[in-house]
Design a protein around this ligand. Structure first.
Ligand code: C2E
Ligand code: CA
Ligand code: CA
Length: 510
């Protein structure tokens, strides 16, 4: 991936939501306009329901309390806030005898210029057309020749129709009762009816026999489109930003050691290299140590760069499993009785991880698959580890103490874990031929090993001098650059230990 690629990806992620938004915005306009129309209808219905509830209760109650003399009680009743509220524009009384009165005041009779039947029922009609003004609902009732009437306030419908945009709605009330067929109230922007594709919603109030039709057209669509731009653009930019942020977080995670290691595990990038262990007396290969390598692109990363982290993060168990599976497969290509030794950490035997793994692998041949347990990481649950090792010992598996003398357990480990093989660390081998104080530790380890009948392998052996020194003290199993470096299986199967000098001389007839 070029260094520019993440920047291009980020730019793409950032621009994608706004571009997508611009593309789909026209498709969203109609649904949003329909939704706004529905909301408006609901708002209107809710308002009317409240108004009907008020009128149905207030008008009969007020009517029954009128004395029809336009005296102080009638005036108080006319103007009582209980009855004279935002739903009533105007109310008036016309007594059978005498001057009328109204909410405007006594002596302010306003004779409705409409025909009102003589029955005592509530009668519904509209105010007469005057100039160009809108007609409004007029309710009237008669009692003993007296007349009361109310003009309903229709300004609410204008107010409601003005939001959320001017001229976006047209509302029509039609009375379905044939007797009131002439009652028809148009409100709002009437031009919408002449448009090509208006949308509408019709609602029927069966109780009052009123049909309400609400219409909308181009103006509402334009408003919807502007809302989509208004909210959609910043939102999609925010989404783009979120995507870019997520991308970088994921990228950083994948580039972090943890992310890289988990990815490597999924991709099977951990493979074993093998370092032969040679008997210095015969130059025969007795076995090999499996040493993990991380194959990255074309290079092999040695464990020093990641193994501590892997062990601390608890990734070592699944990674060892990957490694052991490959070792078991590679053993087929190595001549018996050569074995391969795999590095373990305490966790493998403090739990049943190793046992479970070998179980899953159907118990590979214990003479060919062996283990070494490092002293570098202390064993905390010694009892459990001893039990696990003993159980696996019953199945024939062998363990070595690795890095012997460098860590925590040393002799105690050997004793408590019942282990009879040690690997003498390079740190001590390096002291051969020097005056380093640790050389006496090397001598002590070797003396201890011989006396207690331990099998000893010296690791990190680089020179003939070291081989000879160790051989003089009875340590013959040698692992180190003196014989071979760790190598992949493909190389190992062709590798031959160097012929012993004595044999070479004999072969040449000297
Ligand atoms: P170790 O177990 O002590 O392995 C021996 C290390 O010494 C190996 O390093 C090996 O390449 C190196 N070595 C062997 N002979 C010589 C020599 O003559 N000269 C020099 N200079 N070095 C020599 P490597 O492969 O880098 O491994 C380092 C450590 O990583 C190992 O030390 C072991 O503790 C750990 N390790 C390796 N593979 C695994 C694994 O699969 N699991 C676990 N848990 N640890 C591993
Ligand atoms: Ca080792
Ligand atoms: Ca070592």
């Amino acid at each position: 991936m070029s260094r520019q690629t993440p920047l291009w990806i980020s730019l793409g992620l950032f621009c994608a939501p706004p571009l997508l938004m611009l593309l789909i915005a026209p498709l969203l306009t109609n649904p949003l306009a329909s939704h706004l129309l529905k909301l408006k209808e609901e708002e209107l219905i809710a308002y009317q329901a409240e108004r009907s509830r008020m009128l149905d209760h207030a008008l009969p109650s007020q009517l029954s309390r009128f004395r029809f003399d336009c005296g102080p009680e009638d005036m108080a009743l006319l103007r009582s806030p209980e009855y004279y509220n935002r739903h009533i524009r105007f109310a008036a009384l016309q007594p059978a005898k005498g001057t009328g009165c109204s909410t405007l005041g006594p002596q302010w009779p306003l004779v409705p210029e409409v025909e009102i039947p003589g029955s005592s029922d509530f009668h519904l009609t509209s105010t007469p057309p005057r100039f160009d003004t809108e007609r409004e609902t007029l309710i009237s009732a008669r009692r003993n020749g007296n007349l009361a009437y109310w003009v309903l306030d229709s300004s609410w419908s204008h107010e409601l129709l003005r939001t959320p945009c001017q001229g976006c709605f047209y509302l029509e009330f039609n009375h379905r009762d044939p007797a009131l067929a002439g009652l028809f109230f148009p409100r709002g922007n009437q031009q919408i009816r002449q448009e090509a594709n208006p949308i509408s919603r019709v609602n029927v109030d069966h109780q009052h026999q009123v049909e309400q039709s609400l219409w909308a057209g181009q103006a509402l669509r334009q408003y919807a489109a502007s809302r989509i731009r208004h909210y959609g653009l910043p939102l999609s930019l925010l989404l783009g930003l979120g995507l870019v942020l997520t991308y970088w977080l994921l990228r950083n995670y994948r580039n972090s050691l943890d992310g890289l290691l988990r990815l490597a595990m999924r991709r099977g990038e951990f493979i074993p290299f093998y370092q032969p262990i040679v008997d210095s007396r015969s130059h025969e290969v007795v076995g090999h140590e499996a040493l993990i390598r991380w194959r990255r692109n074309d290079s092999f990363v040695p464990p020093g760069a990641f193994i501590d982290y892997v062990e601390r993060q608890g990734l070592i168990v699944p990674i060892t499993e990957q490694l052991v599976r490959q070792v078991v497969a590679d053993l087929e290509r190595l001549p018996p009785p050569q074995w391969v030794s795999v590095n373990l950490v305490a966790a493998h035997v403090e739990h049943s991880y190793l046992d479970a793994l070998l179980h899953r692998l159907r118990w590979p041949d214990p003479d060919r698959l062996t283990f070494e347990l490092t002293e570098r990481i202390p064993i905390t649950d010694m009892q459990r580890a001893a039990r696990e090792i003993a159980n696996l010992g019953l199945r024939g598996y062998h363990f070595k103490i690795d890095d012997f003398g460098t860590g925590y357990g040393g002799f105690a480990y050997l004793q408590r874990l019942g282990i009879r093989r040690i690997k003498i660390d390079k740190m001590f081998v390096d002291t051969i031929g020097t005056q380093d104080l640790k050389r006496s530790v090397l001598d002590a380890i070797i003396a201890f090993g011989r006396e207690s009948g331990m099998e000893m392998i010296a690791e990190g052996v680089e020179s003939q001098e070291q081989i000879d020194y160790l051989a003089e003290r009875g340590v013959y199993l040698i692992q180190g650059y003196a014989f071979a470096r760790p190598m992949p299986i493909a190389e190992l199967v062709h590798w031959q230990p160097p012929v012993k000098a004595a044999e070479a001389m004999r072969a040449s007839g000297a």
